[in-house]
Design a binder for this molecule. Sequence first.
Ligand code: HEM
Length: 361
Amino acid sequence: MFNPKMNYHDYLQIDKLLSAQKPESEARGHAAHDEMLFIVVHQVYELWFKLILTELDSILTIFRGERVDERLMDLIVARLQRVIEIQKHLVDQVRIIETMTPLDFLEFRDLLIPASGFQSHQFRMLETKLGLKRDQRMRYNQSEYDQLLKPEQRESMAELDTQSTLFECVDKWLERTPFLKMQGFDFWNLYKQTVQDVLTHDLKIIQSNPALGAADRERNEKILQMSLDAFYALFDENKYNQARAAGDWRLSYKSVHAALLIQLYRDQPALQLPFRLLTALMDMDEYFTTWRQRHALMAKRMLGSKVGTGGSSGFQYLKDAADKHKVFGDLFQLTTFFVPRSKLPVLPKEVERELGFHFSK
Ligand code: HEM
């Protein structure tokens, strides 16, 4: 086992790594001090992207199998947790690049045109593997998002479009969730009544709240009515599919029920791990959005209203992308229809037994 040739420097290919920083300003004969920071920070991000992709690929391999081995669920959640820890780090690192002042950035910024973060192939792969679809993406300069990538990278993105994404895998997995049929127990009708009561109660609070002026009251009533309409659509497959086609939902009709059930009865032993999975997916989605927002704010600070080196509107594009480029948004929407535990329909003993860990002799 012992290998005398094993050496820290060679194993980690440190020479290669440390010879990969070539400031353009230096090459042009007027070195800008902060360009080294700019290059190193981007390279570190790309390394973290590589690790996230590795974790994501391993999760996709498990999910894409004939059937998902439930014993591997814990491993999937653990790997997602690793991704989330990396993401927190990605958000914090923005502070490091912000130690560069906008004036110092201007010392070398124009030398970078037309290079841009738009060309981060790994970032695009990440978004796509998670489930951001081509037709969901914002366009800029009337072009597809991958126009600025190298031809071979564009080909790899087209190939990725044909593979199932994490979102699609989770959708299928949710569809297969047992326990949706409650052995004759009419759970969904009872739950419908409960949510209806809770939202109607909320409506009464709005109507009788003396702190609200007429305009605010009307606005809040409208929002609540929309929530009720959206809730009823959850129990009408045709209506739900219409809303889904309009882009209001992404999960399938069956999956949305499974996700709701998992969240509501997450205390039941059989649903604890599925609940942790859904929570991890929400955390991951939220941290991506947080990074996008943080990056947009940093770009605003550096550029003001200037356009980006890749030709986008700069801050505005990044802000809109943070709003629109989400993948697991459905899981956040479902929270609208949660009710306090004390109001949840009580599960019959035999259903509870199914959802619990029990031993039979
Ligand atoms: C001085 C620092 C930075 C500024 C001013 C900046 C600015 C911008 C702007 C304006 C865009 C929009 C595209 C364009 O028109 O070029 C963009 C996109 C992007 N940047 Fe940065 N950026 C900076 C640092 C970073 C760092 C450190 C990363 C880390 C990898 C990064 C990754 C990206 C990515 C992935 C995109 C594409 C985002 C999307 O399409 O949603 N940027 N950046």
